[in-house]
Design a binder for this molecule. Structure first.
Ligand code: 8NA
Ligand code: MG
Ligand code: MG
Length: 347
C-alpha cells in the first residue's frame, strides 16, 4: 500500500500484538537458552491447525496500547484525564497482565477519583527520578496512527508516556518509537539510511532539552543517549556479520527504554532483507519477530515494538493468518487500527 494506507495501519497494531503474544513465551530468558532452532520449532507450532485460537495471551504491552488507541478515538485526540483513567481501569480489571514492578503503584494512584494532576503519580516514582522503563514506548504506536503531523506525534507520545514515565529516558523512548512508526507508515523504510538519519536528527532536537541532559547526567549516560544508540544501530547495519551477542552488548535487550527501543529499530532494519537461517516462507513481519526473539531479555516488548514498526512497513497482508489466529487481541487490534485510519484521514 501507499503512504498511510489502511493495510499499513492494520499491520502496525496487529504486528504489535503478535510481537507481544509470541514474544511473551521467551520473556526473561538468556539468549543462550533460545537458539534459532528452538525459536523456529516454537513458531512452526503456531501453524498447527489443531491448536486453538487465541492460545497466546497478550500482556501489559497490548493492554495499554489498547487503552491509548481507545482513548485517542473516543476523545478524538489526546485527553490526559481520560487516558489516565483508562490505564487505571484496565489495571483494576486485569492486574495479571505482567506489568512492570514499579508502574503498578502509578496505576493504583491513577484510580483515585479525587486526583487532579494525573502526571503527579509518575513523578513520584523511584524517589522522584521517575521511571526509565520501556512501558511508555511499548504503547506508543497509536500516537503515530492518530496524528498526521510529526510535531503532534512527538508532543502527544511524550505526554502519553509521562502519565507513567516521568524520566526523560522513559518518555523520550516513547517519542522515538512513535517516530519510527510514523516514518515507517510513510514508506520511509524503503531508504533505510535516510530513515535512520531522520530519526537521529529528530532525536537530536528532542534530547537538546534541559531535563533530558540532566537526567542523562544523573544516570551516568552519555549526552544525547538515544542519538548515541542510533549511531550504533547505523554502525551495526554497516557490518557484514552481526552476532546476537554483539547486538545485545551494543544495544541491549532489557526493560529500560534506552536498552530496548533502539534494539527494536535495529531488528526491523536488519530484517529488511531475507536472513540466513530464517525460512524463505516468512514475510517481513514474521522475519522481524523471529529475529528479535533470539535476543532474549524483554522479548515481548522488543518484539512488540519491532512488530509495530515492521507492520507499518509491510502491511497486514504480509502477516501470517495462522500467527494472527494464535494471538489474543489480534482481531480487536485490527478494528482499532481501522478506526484510527479513519481518524487520521479525517483530521
Ligand atoms: P516500570 O516503570 O516499573 O519500569 C520497569 C522496571 O525498570 C522497574 O520495575 C525497575 O526495575 C526499573 N526502573 C525504571 N526506572 C527506574 C529508576 N529510575 N531507577 C531504578 N530502576 C528503574 O514499568 P514499565 O511499564 O516501564 O515496564 C515495562 C516492562 O514491564 C515491559 O517489558 C513489560 O512487558 C513488563 N515486564 C513484565 C515482566 C513480568 O514478567 N511481569 C517482566 C519484564 C517486563
Ligand atoms: Mg509485557
Ligand atoms: Mg516486556
Amino acid at each position: 500500500g501507499g503512504p498511510a494506507s489502511l493495510c499499513r495501519f492494520r499491520g502496525t497494531l496487529v504486528g504489535a500484538v503478535l510481537g507481544d503474544c509470541i514474544g511473551g513465551e521467551f520473556e526473561g530468558t538468556e539468549p543462550e537458552e533460545i537458539p534459532l532452532d528452538r525459536v523456529l520449532r516454537y513458531l512452526d507450532g503456531l501453524e498447527d491447525e489443531t491448536r486453538g485460537d487465541c492460545i497466546l495471551q497478550y500482556s501489559d504491552d497490548t493492554a495499554m496500547t489498547r487503552c491509548v488507541a481507545d482513548s485517542l478515538l473516543t476523545r478524538a485526540g489526546f485527553d490526559e484525564q481520560d487516558m489516565a483513567r483508562s490505564f487505571a481501569k484496565e489495571y483494576q480489571q486485569a492486574p495479571f497482565r505482567g506489568y512492570g514492578a514499579g508502574v503498578v503503584q502509578v496505576l493504583k494512584k491513577l484510580a483515585a477519583p479525587q486526583l487532579s494532576d494525573v502526571y503527579q503519580p509518575a513523578r513520584a516514582q523511584f524517589g522522584g527520578r521517575g521511571s526509565f522503563g520501556n512501558g511508555g514506548a511499548m504503547r506508543a504506536a497509536p500516537f503515530a496512527l492518530a496524528f498526521r503531523d510529526r510535531a503532534d506525534v512527538k508532543r502527544y507520545s511524550r505526554l502519553g508516556a509521562m502519565l507513567t514515565h516521568s524520566c526523560s529516558l522513559g518518555y523520550n523512548g516513547a517519542i522515538l518509537q512513535a517516530l519510527a512508526v510514523h516514518l515507517s507508515l510513510q514508506g520511509a523504510l524503503a531508504l533505510p539510511q535516510d530513515f535512520l538519519k531522520t530519526l537521529i536528527s529528530e532525536m537530536e532536537e528532542v534530547e537538546k532539552d534541559k531535563s533530558a541532559r540532566s537526567d542523562a547526567r544523573a544516570l551516568n549516560e552519555s549526552e544525547f543517549p538515544f542519538c548515541a544508540r542510533l549511531h550504533r544501530v547505523k554502525e551495526l547495519m554497516e557490518r557484514n556479520n552481526v552476532s546476537i551477542e554483539e547486538v545485545i552488548s551494543e544495544l541491549g535487550n532489557g526493560i529500560a527504554a534506552l536498552h530496548s527501543v533502539p534494539t527494536a529499530i535495529f531488528c526491523v532494519l536488519h530484517c529488511l532483507e531475507p536472513r540466513e537461517g530464517l525460512p524463505d516462507k516468512y514475510g517481513g513481519v514474521e522475519r522481524t519477530v523471529a529475529y528479535s526473539l533470539q535476543l532474549g531479555g524483554d522479548t515481548d516488548t522488543i518484539a512488540c515494538m519491532a512488530g509495530a514498526i515492521a507492520g507499518a512497513h509491510y502491511g497486514i497482508e504480509s502477516i501470517s493468518q495462522a500467527w494472527q489466529r494464535c494471538c489474543e487481541g489480534a482481531e480487536e487490534a485490527d478494528v482499532l487500527a481501522q478506526r484510527l485510519h479513519n481518524m487520521h484521514h479525517r483530521a
